[in-house]
Design a protein around this ligand. Structure first.
Ligand SMILES: [Zn+2]
Length: 644
């Protein structure tokens, strides 16, 4: 059974009620509207010189009968536009923009024109196999694509109040609910999860029970049927990829009933989208066994299968989890989407359980791998997020062929860029959770947040110095006198957390990682301070890739060495762990704190091998935040550093 009780009735704050205004995050969040969305829109129209073409919009135009042509690209190409629309909606919540809104509405028109009379929507099957629907769930990604369209429609409705897109996607969802309860599909499950969490979101905004029930059916079926392994024998099957190897049920988390799964297996993005839906549904149905499975899977990930940076899915082959402690740094896959999905799962677990520990992991993923996935100018992206790069060694036809030493303008398979955009644009959902009599602050991100206590409107302002200093001032102002609780997550890295209010310092009660502060009257002001010095991090010795090495972390930020600060040959550097780390503010990467360490550089001359040990000369090591790596001169990078 589950370790924790269900925490009932916690809700995310609507994005229109959140205003992030944070020195660290403004640069990224405002980039979404100003740079990322226009750039990605051009990408979807194939207008970026030198970037792989997307064909996304063109495919939908062909499906809509607006132009002649063939489908080009991946079977799930539609999702690039769906995620763009979702990000556009979130962006409009933060910053009204007539031009963006008009563009998004044009794209919604296009999507609706491509929708078939029965509600079905998918440009690949509509163009290539007209009339054939749901005939290859294993590889066809129809339900995955449907999920992203539904999420976009939910977001558009939540932000704009317009229900045209939502109603159209309800017709699609209605079709799915109908088809997947016919005898032919009674045990069918999607090959790539996503529809489950999308149907749950649709249920939350519409109250339509059948959407929640369909999501629950999909997860209850998973691992109990052989549908995916026998699908290719069905008369309706259409072979999409033609290079099908033997089917591996673990790849799609279909090897065991979900409540019996104990280890994170298979394709990491699929897994975490599934776990996200499991968390939603466990909370919604008060399903103890399902919550217990979520807890076990979470523990397996964070204790054995996650990089220090919050990256998951260590293998480039099949983009998958492998086995415990297998976390190679230079061949890491750690897809940006997988860390986004990890943050999504953790956000849901925090909501369902009321336990702050999940937000430690969400924060880690967001501040490191997710943020590293996008350049500081918003115009190039990492799909793969290694922890060690030697550019000359990232060559084709090797186990590092997938590792790119510089961010790319776009990808033929471009799942990550628009996923990063929608995540940054919806960051406000990660900051707070609202309960009936409580407000929970999950991330200390500066801004103004409109929420409620006992139905009374209150505004919470947060003035935070993270991630450079452990200090935040929180002010809660209510429209009229009110009582309730302000819960503030105490991050796992906080040293000596201290609280002060008008009456001076106080020691609050604690509850599962939160400091609990009673609120009464119309105004409460709390100052929360804690130590957040740069620390050395050691890995479990069973992680062979990190043996004899240390990493540097300050608060939520993991640091790395780059060639341009430390010279070539980062593997020849050794850090002296007996000497203090020195924090230097005002770095050239978004005014960051850089960290200096003492150490040495091994010197070597001549041959490949020698009986003579290397000499060493003193060296200063300069670390910069991992999330900002690769934004200057391209070169080597490493997170884990040899220990002297
Ligand atoms: Zn991706």
């Amino acid at each position: 059974m589950a370790n924790t009780e269900f925490e009932k009735n916690l809700k995310y704050l609507p994005l229109r009620d959140t205003r992030i205004d944070d020195p660290f995050w403004n640069g990224c969040v405002r980039l979404v509207t100003g740079e990322i969305l226009p750039y990605q829109y051009d990408s979807l129209w194939d207008r970026i010189p030198g970037a792989p073409p997307s064909r996304c919009i063109r495919n939908l135009r062909v499906a809509a009968g607006l132009e002649e042509g063939e489908f080009e690209g991946w079977v799930f190409q539609d999702t690039d536009l769906a995620k763009w629309l979702e990000a556009a909606a979130y962006s409009l919540a933060a910053l009204p923009d007539r031009k963006l809104r008009d563009t998004a509405e044009d794209m919604i028109d296009l999507v609706l024109q491509a929708q078939q009379p029965n509600g079905y929507l998918n440009s690949y099957f509509t163009v290539k196999y007209p009339g054939h629907q749901f005939c290859n769930l294993k590889e066809g990604h129809e339900l995955y694509t449907a999920g992203h369209f539904i999420e976009a429609a939910v977001a558009w409705y939540q932000v704009t109040g317009e229900d045209r897109f939502l109603n159209a996607m309800r017709r699609f969802a209605d079709l799915i609910c109908e088809v997947f309860h016919t005898p032919d599909y009674a045990d069918a499950v999607p090959g790539h999860e996503e529809i489950e969490l999308a149907l749950y979101r649709l249920y939350e905004v519409t109250g339509e029970e059948k959407y929640r029930a369909m999501a629950y059916d999909f997860i209850n079926r998973r691992g109990t049927t052989d549908y995916l392994s026998r699908e290719h024998t069905l008369p309706r099957f259409i072979d999409v990829w033609h290079d099908r190897g033997p089917y591996i049920p673990e790849y799609a988390q279909a090897h065991l009933p979900v409540r019996e799964q104990t280890t994170a297996e298979g394709h990491a993005v699929r897994a975490l989208y599934l776990y996200s839906a499991m968390a939603d549904l466990a909370g919604s149905y008060h399903d103890e066994a399902l919550l217990a499975a979520c807890e076990r899977l979470y523990d397996n990930i964070v204790e054995r299968r996650m990089y220090l940076t919050g990256g998951i899915g260590s293998s480039g082959t099949l983009e998958r989890f492998t086995v415990d402690y297998d976390l190679p740094n230079d061949t890491a896959y750690a897809e940006s989407c997988a860390s986004i999905a990890l943050a999504m799962f953790c956000k849901r677990m925090a909501r369902v359980t009321g336990d702050a520990k999940y937000m430690d992991t969400a924060e880690l993923a967001i501040y490191n791998t997710v943020l590293a996935g996008i350049a500081m100018d918003g115009r190039s992206f990492f799909y793969v997020n290694p922890l060690e790069v030697i550019p000359d060694q990232c060559i084709p036809a090797t186990d590092r062929a997938h590792v790119k030493p510089v961010r790319q303008k776009w990808f033929g398979c471009a799942c990550c860029p628009p996923n990063i955009a929608r995540t940054l644009a919806s960051l406000g959902e990660y900051v707070l959770l609202e309960g009936e009599d409580s407000v929970r602050v999950n991330l200390l991100i500066s801004g103004a947040y409109k929420t409620h206590l006992h139905g009374v409107p209150v505004e919470l302002t947060v003035d935070s110095s993270l991630p450079w200093e452990g200090r935040a001032v929180l002010r809660l102002r209510a429209e009229r006198p009110v009582t309730g609780r302000l819960l503030i997550r105490v991050p796992e890295y906080a040293e000596d957390p201290a609280f002060a209010a008008a009456g001076g310092p106080f020691v609050p009660a604690t509850d599962r990682g939160y400091a609990v502060i009673d609120v009464s009257g119309t105004e409460t002001r709390v100052t929360f301070t804690f130590g957040m010095t740069a620390r050395l991090i050691y890995a479990n010795p069973r992680v062979s890739a990190d043996a004899g090495k240390v990493a540097v972390k300050k608060g939520p930020l993991v640091y790395c060495l780059e060639e341009m600060d430390n010279g070539a040959g980062l593997a020849s550097l050794r850090i002296d762990t007996t000497k203090a780390l020195k924090e230097v503010p005002g770095g050239d990467l978004r005014d960051c704190v850089t960290i200096e360490a003492e150490g040495e550089r091994l010197t070597w001359s001549g041959r490949l091998y020698s009986t003579r040990a290397p000499d060493a000369v003193p060296a200063k090591l300069t670390f910069v935040p991992y999330c900002f790596w690769g934004n200057r001169t391209p070169g080597e990078m490493t997170v884990w550093v040899n220990k002297k």
